[in-house]
Design a protein around this ligand. Structure first.
Ligand SMILES: [Zn+2]
Ligand SMILES: [Zn+2]
Length: 462
């Protein structure tokens, strides 16, 4: 009914219920077709990059690797999402021609396309001719969850010999990652081979029972604390019953936790409880000052002094640059400064994560058509190959010197930060949990970059 009409000018209030359902269906198809267009456009950009930018070896350009970066800064999304779009585009081209056509026409949406890719990637090619049409037909009349169940059943029936191949393929997808949530919390999430997951689960359970029965924590809380204790080097839970020498598990002490695994930037007056400005937890985002003060009880301190704008910028120490930059200076990148490397130019020093330091070095050497310019230490400009300019500033300084935060709306209460770092799960680009089929795309998300060994003597001789 609304085929070809402009959805933005429809008068929903004047429509019948049937008309609204009709409009809903048309709009969903239109957004699916638009998603398909985005996927195909990024995939084409990737093809062009690949055609010109192969230069293997350390310090060279890996074919096509910055197509996702260019698309990501243009759309203001993370590079993991645009890498996933390329991956989907390649999979549709490689082995799912019918799904590609249906997606382009808006008759199947991205969620279902992802299910079909996931469930056909390890299926024998000769079976696909039969499997793909069945999946498409089912997709038309069911939800993504039901489609996934049906796809698994059919793959097992049509390709029984592939069960082992699928299991091995699944093991390749093992992964652990965290996602920032609101209110100083984060989701810790992962996919492990069953035996490994069971090992972790049993160890957490064992640790949860090392405290006495009067410990006030629930089992879920103890498991969560035990996981952190595994990582911070203490290796065991300290009993929280508060009975001191009368605690039957009192002798269980464990190692002292390793300290600086996390970094927090906080204004001196906020630390001293004279101001309620938010602090900055590297890799996460803003946390409230009260939490920062609790974490600071066992912290090592580094004092970062403020410098006025008029003062000529004397070279800052690397640790000072890390503190005032807060995180990698590429647009949208959230890799903590502690995990980034200093990059020295004539106008000042900034920090960049491994991936974006590579990009900048390649740009400086004219190996990729990007341009960077550090106008002053607070303004690092990136010019994309298409000529778009993106500027980043010193995020950490906003927390260390809150009285200078010019972006702060006047009268805003700074004591309750609500927005943490943007979740990689962008609502417009639902790629959470997408496992890349194409290995060459696996290093595009900055947190997945693996540093080269090129600078070690052994590697440079090789
Ligand atoms: Zn106890
Ligand atoms: Zn970065």
């Amino acid at each position: 009914m609304f085929e070809g009409s402009d959805l933005s000018v429809l008068d929903f209030q004047a429509m019948s219920d049937e008309g609204l359902i009709d409009a809903l269906r048309t709009a969903h198809g239109a957004s699916a077709a638009a998603q398909a267009a985005e996927v195909f456009a990024v995939r084409e950009l990737y093809r062009r990059h690949r055609a010109v930018s192969a230069e293997p070896g350390p310090g060279g350009v890996r074919a096509g690797e910055f197509a996702a970066t260019e698309a990501a800064v243009a759309l203001r999304v993370d590079e993991g999402s645009t890498a996933a779009m390329i991956d989907v585009g390649l999979a549709l081209e490689d082995w799912l021609p019918r799904t590609r056509a249906e997606f382009a026409a808006g008759r199947i949406d991205l969620a279902k396309v992802r299910v079909i890719i996931d469930n056909t990637r390890a299926v024998a090619r000769e079976v696909l001719g039969e499997l793909e049409p069945r999946l498409l037909e089912t997709a038309e009349r069911t939800t993504p969850v039901r489609l996934r169940q049906a796809a698994r059943r059919w793959a097992a029936r049509l390709d029984p010999a592939g069960a082992q191949r699928r299991r091995e393929r699944q093991q390749d997808d093992r992964d652990v990652r965290i996602r920032a949530m609101q209110d100083c919390m984060a989701v810790f999430d992962g996919l492990l081979p069953a035996a490994g997951a069971q090992t972790v689960a049993m160890r957490l359970r064992e640790m949860s029972l090392e405290v006495c029965a009067a410990d006030p924590r629930t089992m879920p809380q103890r498991r969560a604390d035990a996981l952190v204790a595994l990582a911070d080097g203490s290796g065991r839970l300290r009993c929280a019953c508060g009975r001191g020498a009368r605690c039957p598990k009192k002798e269980a002490t464990g190692e002292a936790p390793r300290r600086p695994l996390i970094q927090i930037g906080i204004a001196a007056d906020a630390l001293l409880d004279m101001r309620d400005a938010p602090a900055f937890l590297a890799g996460y985002g803003p946390i409230d000052a009260a939490l920062a003060r609790i974490l600071a009880e066992h912290a090592r301190f580094q004092v970062i002094s403020e410098r006025s704008e008029s003062e000529p910028e004397a070279p800052r120490l690397d640790r000072e640059v890390r503190a005032v930059d807060g995180m990698c200076r590429f647009p949208g990148c959230t890799i903590p400064a502690a995990e980034s490397e200093p990059d020295v130019t004539s106008t000042g020093t900034t920090v960049l994560c491994t991936r974006h330091k590579r990009l900048k070095t390649l740009a400086d050497n004219k190996k990729v058509p990007w341009d960077t310019w550090l106008a002053d230490p607070d303004r690092l400009q990136w010019t994309s190959p298409a000529g778009e300019i993106h500027t980043t500033s010193r995020e950490g300084a906003r927390y260390l010197f809150p009285h200078n935060d010019i972006d702060l709306p006047i009268g805003q209460n700074t004591s309750t930060p609500t927005a943490s770092r943007d979740s990689p799960d962008d609502i417009a680009y639902p790629f959470r949990g997408h496992v890349l089929v194409h290995r060459q795309l696996c290093r595009i998300a900055p947190e997945d970059e693996i540093p080269d060994d090129a600078t070690t003597p052994a590697a440079s001789q090789a």
